[in-house]
Design a protein around this ligand. Structure first.
Ligand code: 3MF
Ligand code: MG
Length: 348
């Protein structure tokens, strides 16, 4: 029996409420205080918070371990007061001077040490606020010039880091969020296949999983629902970042279903079929507010993506699976496609 739609738990990260700056222009909306964002989650229909280490502890690089722990404890209390769950904490390894060449794969030993230090802090913060997972979006672990790094060594360094994390904390889970490019030209862990190969090569694969972002799969030229199915077949889908992407261009973080409703439907269908969410997994969103949107704070992109997800859950539950089986048995995929498109259009 499927769970009622209301049982899905949704999450997003505070960076999804932004002032609208892009590489071509400054902020277009007034700043909305970071600390006030958390009061918005529940009223908008979200109970999970995705964090970067410095979302929990701003200015993390300049603070002592005691100061970091005090701030993390404050955030834990705030989450409890607001009825929120921390979904994960991710080390932000792409902002600092020490990460211009990547973190774990940087050619500088001191910069690699900085990346490890930030990772330890991230794990400590995850524990302090009660998050069972850290996310590694491997941002600058890649190259802009192919010859700049030794790729084999880079993969060995990433694997060694995964093992060090598993050793440092005997309970924490690592969810790797693969992405093929941006900010790098070529990223070292571009797909869920690479992610799971690293997981199985690690010292405890049961604690290494993937987080699949729809747009990242599309940027790799892959279908997000097949990527999700691959992770689900290995019971290694830690979380998802649902959004959309209109072809091979910059990472758009469009609203879920906004570029291709059918691709959205298939992600929901695959998640539903695997009963994703029944063990508390979140439906995470990673969507960007468009620059033209006025107001402060802007949140329509979040509620709209959530609403479309729930409509697609209904579409998935009313999809006539016995008819689909008949079409499959007869290999009448033309009829299957027409039925699917009419179902999405609401035509009998
Ligand atoms: C980049 C991303 C990131 C990650 C986030 C958590 C800024 O394309 O999707 O969002 O999701 O850093 O790991
Ligand atoms: Mg993401």
């Amino acid at each position: 029996m499927n769970k009622p739609t209301s049982e899905y738990r949704f999450s997003f990260g505070p960076w999804n409420i932004s002032e609208g700056a892009d590489p071509f222009g400054p902020e277009v909306r007034p700043a909305f205080p970071h600390e006030e964002k958390y009061a918005l989650f529940r009223p908008l229909g979200f109970e999970g918070v995705q964090f970067h280490d410095d979302d929990v502890v701003p200015g993390i690089d300049d603070l002592s371990p005691d100061q970091i722990s005090t701030k993390a404890n404050e955030v834990k209390t705030m989450l409890q007061n607001q009825g929120l769950t921390p979904e994960f904490v991710a080390p932000r390894l792409w902002f600092a001077d020490q990460t211009v060449d990547g973190g774990y794969t940087s050619n500088s030993a001191t910069d690699r040490a900085y990346a490890w230090d930030r990772t330890e802090k991230t794990i400590d913060i995850a524990n302090a606020i009660g998050s069972k997972a850290i996310v590694l979006w491997l941002s600058r672990e890649g190259s802009y010039m192919r010859e700049a790094k030794n790729a084999k060594l880079a993969y060995e360094r990433i694997l060694a880091t995964i093992n060090s994390i598993l050793e440092y904390d005997k309970n924490i889970e690592i969810w790797i969020e693969p992405k093929p490019n941006e900010p790098t030209d070529q990223a070292y862990v571009p797909t869920i296949g690479h992610t799971l190969a690293l997981a199985y090569a690690s010292s405890d694969h049961t604690r290494v999983k993937g987080l699949i972002e729809s747009a990242h799969a599309l940027l790799a030229g892959l279908d997000p629902s097949d990527e999700m199915a691959f992770a689900l077949a290995h019971d290694k889908l830690g979380s998802v970042h649902l959004n959309d992407q209109n072809g091979l261009k910059y990472d758009q973080d469009k609203n879920f279903g906004g570029a291709n409703l059918r691709v959205g439907f298939n992600q929901v269908r695959v998640l539903e079929e695997a009963n994703y969410g029944s063990r508390g997994e979140f439906i995470g969103l990673d969507v960007k507010a468009v620059r033209t949107q006025r107001g402060c704070p802007v949140t329509a992109h979040l509620t709209n993506s959530r609403e479309i997800f729930l409509h697609l859950v209904e579409k998935s539950r009313t999809y006539d699976n016995s008819l689909v089986e008949q079409f499959r048995d007869a290999r009448d995929y033309e009829a299957l496609e027409l039925y699917t498109l009419k179902h999405l259009l609401g035509i009998k």
